[in-house]
Ligand binder design. Structure first.
Ligand code: BG6
Ligand code: GLC
Ligand code: GLC
Length: 936
């Protein structure tokens, strides 16, 4: 038989110890005792089975596969690294649940150096049973009272009290300070706490108590506190093991193996909660009738079966049950029991420890048994010692099997032949039962001989470790506070958005009247949206968005066919001379014509030119100023159509008939209007942002006539250039503006569009880095490079389908090294910036829709908006936020957003088609063509 560390009674010993006086023992008493204690013997094979089964249970739980049978839980603890030892500060620690029904308050000072350490101050409070089994509120109020009492007794100057909550029960943590109790274990059963965040409950109780201002910053399991408080030795301490009232362990797992975490890097401390392990096949054979009885009469029948064989809360009870059994069979105390022996909980862990003491055990046994109202013989005391040894040895062996499982897991995940590891141990069973510790070590060596393990006892019950985690949590909370303060100006409320909407309305009205306004409200000479009767083949140019395109648009009955080619406009051309730019454009057209076999044909051409132009007619547009990334010299104040025609003339070989110049907003509205006649607004949210809409001609100063409508290019990107957006502008907006090629201009656009959002984010990241909140305070060269943070990153980072680790990968491509906390913060920065952009854009659309409703004297307006632009189309939440804002700010308008699929070139071709037809009609009727541009 492969029994190990057997403490079974040896017949010789027993014979010599048998009492002769008093009531004679039954003749088969020896056999009975042997049989009884044999139940507590565990073979090596059984321990190996338990080790294997527990390992399997751990691996399943790590993968997130939860078996219906009770198993270990593998709970992430949000502790990502073992301590650096540099943590500093004073911390309060509240310990609840580790040691019986007592609560401990500690004041821990971390000095940041190993050499100089300060002894913690502590005070213990007994929790009355009516509290451990009462309501949650009673329990937490009790804890808050103890804290006050402690602080009264240990006055401190420190106003900024930070508390680490050492709460030793299974919790689902979603952060260091968010922790939901899964279920009570051990002797606690307070109502209304399971399923609740215990950090919050403690905070509320402290507030109710009202005497001290204490900030609860972290919740830590006792195993984690023990591991983190471990003195730094030569090898890493990566396992924390507790055997106190209950038992459990934690260890550092590779984060990528923890399915519950969204992390592929580094390590994370996992609390195994092995007390709940149960596997009928592995554990069944070692369960005794006493274990069954103990479980049956416990507070939690069926639960924590493994813990009930090891934890200090149960060892005394197991001993008691065996003694009752033996007494009832006449083997002990002359068959005479006592009421105390028959009462649950009358033998405690302390008693067992005392009885186990090699030197004084026998004397203690006598005293303890007498206190229980028994009259022990010398042989009774010896027998009781054997019972205690049997129960405790088994506990140590089972604990060793579980620890062996953790060590093999570590060895496997580290892919190491020999694992050198330190295990921090804590709890009264370790401290008071030297034999427990010895047996545990022996059995671990037997089960995992390839692991080189050293055991390090915890110094102050894990309090220092909890303080260390609290220090880290406090730092993170301070960082979060800075982040929230930084992002607060980006969070616009409804009131602020209503003001923006009202200011926009005001600026629109002034602009239309020809008065000073940041909105130019430029007439476009487009008087109606398409009606479907447009026909013909057209060339179109599309300049000013991300891509420069040349298109061939074939408008036939029921279909529009588009062939297009994208050409690049190098920055040196966009910001060179006007002549260079227009020559380049004509070169591209020539290339396109050749490729399409159109050389020599003079097709009518519509020019989408996405910059502010004062139009005097459909084919005349004076560039007022460049926007976005363009700055070609000699163009501002010139007719762009003329500049294009001049370039064509210079190229001699081509003949082109430029018929219309169209802003991209107008092209987009016309393009979408071809399919939906209600489309009377055009919106662009791409490199730049702008909108156009159909205004009553009577409201448009400077264009003759009062009847009908005209499309107005608002040039809303310039909204606020008169300083009216000052109250919303942050220092980051100011930095982006200052560094741009047009400082002070396009202030609304610079808060919304794709060309600038990435830059705003970059400036915020730089600021947070300089405060040490991000990237460990390291300002990399990359982060200081202008335009490095593209707006497309916002769209990618904010995508719901991306895990945080993918967010990190995107940022790492930029040469940034970041933790998952950094990644989360960057995500929040992106969200704040893009959300504000979408809301401002929504306020603008709401102003336009409301104006149209007023113009038409309608109670309700139903209108569609044709939209284009990469930010709008690619960002995962932008469109939804725009629409939600419009709904709130313009409740009497039903606004439908239509994404333009064909770009604005199709719209430009449609405007050209109408212009051509009308030009022919006008010539026939002797009218000026610019006066009569309507589609019918
Ligand atoms: C395109 C239109 O689809 O979108 C352009 O054809 C427009 O006319 C552009 O300027 C706007 O988006 P972006 O993101 O390319 O600036
Ligand atoms: C119980 C608790 C666990 C704790 C252990 C030791 O098993 O559920 O969280 O670590 O006791 O105190
Ligand atoms: C800029 C231009 C404007 C254009 C917008 C979207 O704001 O000034 O004309 O519509 O970008 O491309």
């Amino acid at each position: 038989m492969d029994t190990i560390g057997s403490v079974g009674l040896q017949p010789r010993e027993r014979a010599s110890n048998c009492p002769q006086e008093g009531m004679p023992r039954p003749p088969d008493s020896l056999e009975l005792v042997q049989k009884c204690l044999q139940q507590f013997q565990v073979t090596k094979t059984q321990l190996q089975q338990i080790q294997a089964s527990l390992l399997c249970s751990m691996e399943q739980a790590l993968k997130g596969h939860h078996s219906p049978a009770p198993s270990v839980r593998m709970l992430p603890t949000y502790v990502g690294s073992t301590p650096h030892g540099t943590e500093q500060g004073d911390f309060l620690v509240l310990e609840l649940g580790a040691t019986g029904a007592s609560l401990r308050v500690l004041w821990v000072t971390l000095t940041g150096t190993k050499e100089h350490s300060v002894e913690p101050k502590s005070q213990e409070f007994e929790i009355p049973q009516e509290v451990t089994l009462g309501t949650g509120q009673q329990l937490f109020d009790f804890a808050a009272r103890c804290l006050s009492e402690f602080l009264d007794a240990h006055p401190t100057e420190n106003q900024d009290l930070k508390l680490g909550f050492n709460f030793s029960f299974p919790c689902h943590q979603t952060g260091l300070d968010r922790s939901i109790l899964i279920s009570w274990t051990k002797g606690f059963r307070c109502s209304g706490v399971e399923g609740q965040d215990v950090v919050q409950l403690l905070r509320e109780a402290i507030q109710r108590q009202g005497t001290y201002n204490i900030d609860v910053v972290a919740m830590v399991n006792d195993t984690v506190g023990t591991m983190m408080g471990c003195e730094l030795g030569t090898r890493p301490c990566e396992v924390g093991l507790i055997v106190d009232t209950g038992t459990n362990a934690c260890y550092m797992e590779e984060a990528r193996h923890v399915a519950a975490l969204d992390e592929d890097r580094g390590r994370s401390c996992v609390s195994i909660e092995w007390g709940s392990f149960y596997d009928a096949k592995a554990l069944g054979p070692v369960l005794t009738t006493f274990d069954q009885a103990l479980d049956h009469d416990s507070l939690t029948p069926g639960a924590q079966r493994f813990e009930k064989m090891i934890g200090g809360l149960y060892l005394g009870e197991l001993v008691r049950l065996v003694l009752v059994h033996l007494t009832q069979h006449g083997v002990l105390f002359g068959g005479c029991s006592s009421p105390a022996l028959l009462s649950q909980g009358s033998i405690l862990l302390e008693h067992v420890a005392e009885i186990e003491d090699p030197a004084t055990g026998t004397a203690h046994a006598h005293t303890i048994l007498q206190h229980l109202g028994l009259s022990p013989q010398a042989s009774d005391a010896e027998m009781v010692k054997h019972v205690c040894a049997a129960v405790c040895t088994r506990a140590a062996q089972l604990c060793a099997a579980a620890l062996a499982a953790v060590l093999s897991r570590l060895q496997h995940s580290r892919e190491q032949q020999t694992l050198h590891v330190a295990v921090a141990t804590g709890g009264r069973v370790f401290e008071r039962h030297p034999r427990f510790h010895r047996t545990l070590k022996e059995v671990v060596t037997l089960l995992v001989p390839e692991c080189d393990v050293s055991f390090i006892p915890s110094v102050d019950g894990g309090g220092r470790g909890v303080a260390m985690v609290t220090a880290v949590a406090a730092r993170l909370a301070a960082h979060r506070h800075v982040l929230e303060e930084t992002l607060a100006p980006f969070q616009l409320d409804l009131e602020q958005l209503t003001v923006v909407q009202a200011q926009m309305r005001e600026a629109m009205a002034r602009g239309l009247r020809g008065e000073a306004s940041s909105l130019r409200m430029l007439p476009t000479y487009v008087r109606a949206t398409p009606d479907g009767s447009e026909r013909g083949d057209f060339l179109a140019l599309d300049l000013g968005g991300t891509n420069f395109r040349v298109l061939l648009v074939r408008v036939a009955e029921g279909s529009v066919q588009i062939t297009n080619q994208v050409y690049s406009i190098p920055e040196c051309v966009a910001q060179g001379s006007g002549q260079q730019l227009f020559d380049h454009i004509v070169d591209c057209i020539v290339h396109f014509q050749q490729k399409q076999g159109l050389s020599g044909q003079s097709l009518p051409l519509g020019f989408t030119f996405s910059f502010p132009c004062k139009q005097l007619g459909l084919d005349q547009g004076i560039l007022l100023n460049w926007t976005k990334g363009f700055n070609a010299s000699g163009c501002e104040g010139q007719d762009v159509v003329y500049l294009l025609r001049e370039a064509i003339r210079r190229r001699q070989a081509v003949e082109l008939n430029v018929v219309a110049i169209v802003n991209d907003t107008v092209g987009t509205m016309m393009s979408c209007g071809y399919d939906d006649p209600r489309c009377e607004i055009g919106l662009i949210v791409g490199t730049g942002t702008n909108a156009c809409y159909m205004e009553e001609l009577r409201n448009v100063a400077g264009v003759a006539g009062d009847e009908g409508h005209m499309c107005i290019n608002m040039e809303w990107g310039a909204f606020g250039d008169d300083g009216s957006l000052g109250m919303l502008s942050t220092c980051f907006d100011a930095s982006v503006d200052q560094a741009s090629i047009n400082p002070g201009k396009q202030r609304f656009e610079k808060m919304i569009s794709g060309m600038y959002l990435g830059e705003i984010v970059r400036h915020i990241l730089l600021h947070l880095t300089s405060l040490g909140v991000l990237f460990r305070g390291q300002k990399t060269q990359c982060l200081q490079t202008r335009d490095i943070f593209k707006t497309k990153f916002l769209s990618e980072i904010e995508s719901d389908s991306l895990a945080l680790r993918q967010v990190r990968a995107i940022l790492e491509d930029l040469g940034l090294t970041l933790t998952s906390d950094d990644a989360l913060m960057v995500l929040e920065v992106c969200q704040a910036v893009s959300r504000r952009a979408a809301q401002l854009c929504g306020a603008g659309v709401a102003a336009v829709a409301e104006k149209m409703r007023d113009n038409r004297g309608l109670r309700e307006l139903s209108v569609s908006v044709g939209v284009d632009g990469t930010l709008y189309k690619l960002h995962p939440h932008f469109s939804r936020l725009v629409s939600a804002t419009v709904q709130k700010l313009a409740p009497h308008c039903t606004v439908t957003f239509l994404q333009s699929e064909d770009g604005s070139g199709k719209g430009a071709a449609l405007v050209t088609a109408v212009a051509c037809r009308l030009a022919q009609t006008a010539m026939a009727d002797g009218l000026s063509k610019n006066d009569a541009i309507t589609p019918d």
